[in-house]
Design a protein around this ligand. Structure first.
Ligand code: ZN
Length: 354
């Protein structure tokens, strides 16, 4: 069918082609504004997408609506701006404002300034919108010093053959004037291989050099990737130990007796033993375990919480049989199913900062 559209478009006269393009761009703007308006409505009903198995509006946009991550971000930002200032929708539909302009300006709009700012932003280019944002929220001047980037490979012992020396890949020479620090990159390069690129400070660089020296026998070429692997393996063990109570000699969950709350002896304790956390984590694979009636399982792996399948207020104990892993949204959603809406733990309904 789309092939037919191409044939039809190729067959149009010059004048008709331009008229058709103008009409299609208008339809696209109208559809885009309508999509943003409906996303704004969904944003105010988080239980709706939670019930379908999505832990956030972003997950719903990228997975259910098949928007790209960038498209989802700009439409969600625009939807939230429209919830506060519905007048934006008309301007999106008319083409006076683009989604990019709304995304850049959204968080700087206030009830006092939005009319004037939106009028000034009409039909402006991205760079003009950025200048307007800079006026609304001025940033301090960039420091005049030039940030030093490591320019040389880490020095290898003089006895090391030159062919084994490059332990840190050479980096472009420092710029003559201020230049933004490159953004970190994690990019797949081949099956099971990733290129990771980031900028480190002098102190971290010094630590890397010390580790390269200490690992000279085990990692003769001082490969930063091999040292990175050892470092994050250790860090992961430490963080898991802290968050999940991982230990070399774990207690058997069956040997743990549910406790009662010290202040409310009529309720089970809120304390979730580490052994129970570990089993719940492994059971759900470090991912939210909520499964929608459709059979869809939530894919969220962030803001995970330990959820009582039978609520603590309803005598649900912190045992392996009763503790599950849920994302923040689904923990909230399932609490609302039991206790009713309005049990929000943050004022704006956003996940708590961890
Ligand atoms: Zn979830």
């Amino acid at each position: 069918m789309n092939t037919n559209i191409l044939v039809t478009a190729n067959g149009l006269s010059d004048r008709d082609l331009l008229a058709r393009l103008d009409a299609l761009a208008g339809r696209e703007r109208a559809a885009s504004a309508a999509l943003v308006a409906h996303l704004a409505a969904l944003d105010s009903r988080p239980s709706l997408y939670a019930a379908e198995g999505y832990g956030s509006l972003f997950s719903y946009c990228t997975q259910a609506l098949r928007l790209s991550e960038d498209a989802a971000c700009s439409r969600i930002e625009a939807a939230r701006a429209c919830r506060r200032f519905p007048v934006i929708l008309d301007r999106l539909a008319s083409g006076e404002l683009t989604l990019t302009a709304v995304r850049l300006l959204g968080r700087h709009l206030t009830p006092e300034n939005h009319q004037a700012v939106l009028a000034r932003a009409a039909r402006r280019s991205r760079s003009q919108i950025e200048a307007l944002v800079a006026e609304l929220a001025p940033q301090p001047d960039a420091p005049t010093s030039v940030r030093k980037l490591p320019t040389l490979p880490v020095a290898a012992p003089s006895s090391t053959p030159a062919s084994r020396a490059p332990s840190v890949p050479p980096v472009a020479p420092p710029p003559a004037a201020f230049a933004p620090v490159p953004r970190p990159i994690v990019q797949p390069t081949a099956p099971e291989r990733y290129r990771v690129q980031f900028t480190i400070g002098e102190q971290t660089h010094e630590k890397l050099r010390r580790l390269q020296a200490l690992f000279r026998r085990e990692i003769p070429d001082g490969d930063p990737g091999a040292i990175f692997d050892r470092a994050i393996t250790l860090l992961l063990e430490k963080v898991e130990k802290k968050k999940l109570g991982a230990t070399a000699k774990p207690r058997l969950p069956a040997s743990i007796r549910p406790r009662t709350d010290k202040r409310r002896p009529d309720l089970p304790s809120a304390y979730v033993p580490s052994a129970v956390k570990r089993v719940a984590w492994q059971h759900d694979g470090g991912q939210c375990g909520y499964i929608a009636p459709s059979g869809r399982r939530c894919t969220d792996r962030t803001f995970l919480e330990f959820h009582h399948a039978q609520a603590r207020a309803k005598q649900g104990p912190a045992t392996v049989a009763n503790i599950r892993l849920r994302c923040w949204r689904h923990n909230q959603y399932e609490a609302e199913l039991v206790f009713g809406p309005g049990r929000r733990r943050s004022r704006d309904g956003t996940p708590p900062r961890h």
